[in-house]
Ligand binder design. Structure first.
Ligand SMILES: [Zn+2]
Length: 570
């Protein structure tokens, strides 16, 4: 576009007036940012960017930490620190008791089966065959989906993105992007549009909740087969081994030896047509790089941040979560993953600066949950108590057997366990004409006797009150939704967790109410914010109300958080 220079005469006149104008200066009406960029790093525990600061470069995490408002003490206050729960809490500024996402999967009593949080038979994927491949899917959560449709219908309260859409009468452009479908759908809300990576097709896909057909630019993006550029390549270290804290600790027997990927660098992605090729990409920084490429294409083609109406782009980077599950938070892989994520963020911020300007962009980065340490790593440090818990055996233990005898039950009393809930077999309880509440309480009491169980709380107790007023009980109550929660909420002791998912044994599993899982970074930057370190405890529920306050939009319908004064201004 051709720019006309300022009229020299007018400029001289304005300059002459400048001292007078300065005297009469009023606080300028602050323009809302043209773009809100909400970044979620799946499973980025709050300490990790600082812990691995020695492998960070300029312009990525350092831009946020050195130039932005950096909250170093942010914790979730709900008990089940899983992915959909955290993402929807970020989106809505609320807790699962209100937004309804109590777990990644829950047992739907009407359907009589486990159900995946955003599955929706009414809204099918636009790409045939892009659905979860049951034969190769290693994410047990993803595997629980029984239909190939996806939508945000199960999110029960409004998101910040919804409120933005309403406020501007639909003129804001709103998008969510992630490798994980639930990482994209959650933040796009009910009013935005979501794209995610299909491991089956190696493409970014969506459902007909959002579009009847793909925009041309998405077709072009996918036609170039972006995942294939990793074919035959490997994830290699980005620094010299001596630069890392874990440079001499690559090979650890507690790391997961994923087929063809191995426990040590370099981690080969395999041939482009290998059945686990795309899965291996998601277990490495490549998943985040692909997400970045798609986000850049979206920013350009949808012309985000190009006019006065604020737009919204949510990007959820999933690799940190998968790397944590497979290798643990204290591994050379975790360390290099942060180094590479840092380069991905720097690339993104430079791109946004060039297209929109960082002064016109409000950036917020957080995580959906933290992550634990791997017991094997703790054992090496002399911390012996950490261990795994076998829930498969629960129904067969002598204590539960005695309980069944007491109630005269022969069949399986425990229908299923799916983190964090135990579901009782209602058919058995009904057939024997037993009192549901009595059975719940009796089972919960027995579970509490197990080594490694910190709490077993029946839903009847949550419904009727009378629980001790402890932080743990409050966090379980914040997770309780009467239509979705299971019958008994099971909390393991710190560093005790299940690690066997349908045969794949992983190194670590998040999802507890303990500090390592609730701890996340919260960093705001851009849009004229000045650098500030804040050590006061905040909760990630504050993010959506903060974005709403900055934009002058009403808070999401069930928001419990408060606008952060360091970002909004007093
Ligand atoms: Zn997650």
């Amino acid at each position: 576009m051709k720019q006309t220079g300022p009229n020299p005469l007018l400029l001289a006149a304005v300059l002459a007036l400048a001292p007078m104008l300065a005297q009469a200066e009023q606080p300028a009406q602050k323009q809302p940012p043209r773009l809100v960029l909400q970044i979620t790093v799946d499973a980025l525990r709050g300490d990790l960017p600082r812990r691995f600061a020695h492998v960070l470069g300029d312009g990525g995490f350092r831009y946020l930490m050195d130039k932005g408002v950096d909250y170093s003490n942010a914790h979730y206050q709900h008990a089940n620190t899983e992915t959909i729960v955290g993402h929807v809490s970020l989106a809505t500024g609320s807790v699962p008791a209100a937004h309804g996402m109590v777990a990644n999967v829950w047992f739907d009593r009407e359907l009589g089966r486990m159900t995946y949080n955003i599955e929706d038979a009414d809204y099918r994927l636009l790409t045939a065959g892009a659905d979860v491949d049951q034969k190769t899917e290693i994410d047990p959560t993803q595997k629980a989906a029984k239909v190939d449709g996806r939508s945000p219908a199960a999110i029960l309260s409004s998101t910040f993105s919804d409120e933005l859409a309403v406020h501007y009468g639909g003129r804001s452009k709103i998008f969510g992007v992630s490798v994980k479908d639930r990482g994209a759908v959650s933040l796009a809300g009910h009013a935005g549009k979501a794209f995610w990576f299909s491991k089956s097709s190696g493409e970014f896909v969506t459902s007909n909740y959002y579009y009847d057909q793909y925009p041309e630019w998405v077709k072009s993006f996918n036609a170039e087969k972006p995942a294939q550029r990793y074919a035959g390549k490997s994830w290699e270290l980005s620094h010299a081994p001596s630069d890392y804290l874990f440079g001499d600790a690559d090979d650890r027997d507690y790391e997961t030896d994923f087929p063809g990927f191995g426990r040590t660098f370099p981690h080969a992605f395999g041939a482009g047509d290998d059945k686990y090729f795309t899965t291996r990409l998601t277990l490495s920084p490549a998943g985040d790089e692909l997400t970045l490429d798609f986000a850049k294409a979206l920013l350009e083609n949808e012309r985000l941040g190009q006019d006065e109406i604020p737009d919204y782009l949510a990007i959820s980077f999933s690799s940190t979560d998968y790397v944590g599950h497979i290798f643990g938070a204290s591994s050379l892989e975790a360390e290099d993953n942060i180094a590479r994520l840092d380069r991905t963020l720097a690339d993104l911020f430079a791109y946004v600066d060039q297209r929109v300007g960082l002064d016109n962009t409000l950036i917020v980065l957080s995580a959906d949950h933290g992550q634990p340490e791997v017991p094997g790593h703790l054992h090496e440090r002399g911390i012996a108590d950490a261990h795994y818990f076998d829930t498969d055996a629960l129904d067969k233990t002598p204590a539960i057997a005695a309980l069944k005898k007491r109630f005269g039950i022969g069949e399986e009393l425990i229908q299923t366990y799916s983190q964090p809930y135990l579901y009782l077999n209602y058919d058995v309880i009904r057939a024997k004409d037993l009192d549901q509440a009595e059975v719940e309480v009796a089972v919960a009491e027995e579970l509490l006797k197990f080594d490694g169980v910190a709490a077993a709380v029946s839903s009847t107790a949550l419904r009727t009150g009378g629980l001790p007023d402890t932080l743990l009980m409050r966090s379980i109550l914040r997770n309780f939704h009467p239509k979705r929660s299971g019958d008994i909420y099971l909390v393991f002791e710190p560093y005790v967790f299940i690690n066997d998912f349908d045969g794949l044994t992983v190194a670590s599993t998040h999802g507890s109410p303990w500090r390592y899982d609730t701890y996340v970074p919260v960093m705001f930057a851009g849009a004229g914010l000045e650098a500030q370190k804040v050590s006061r405890e905040i909760a990630p529920y504050d993010i959506a109300p903060t974005l709403a306050a900055v934009l002058g939009v009403k808070p999401p319908s069930a928001a419990i958080g408060n606008p952060l004064p360091e970002v909004v201004g007093d």
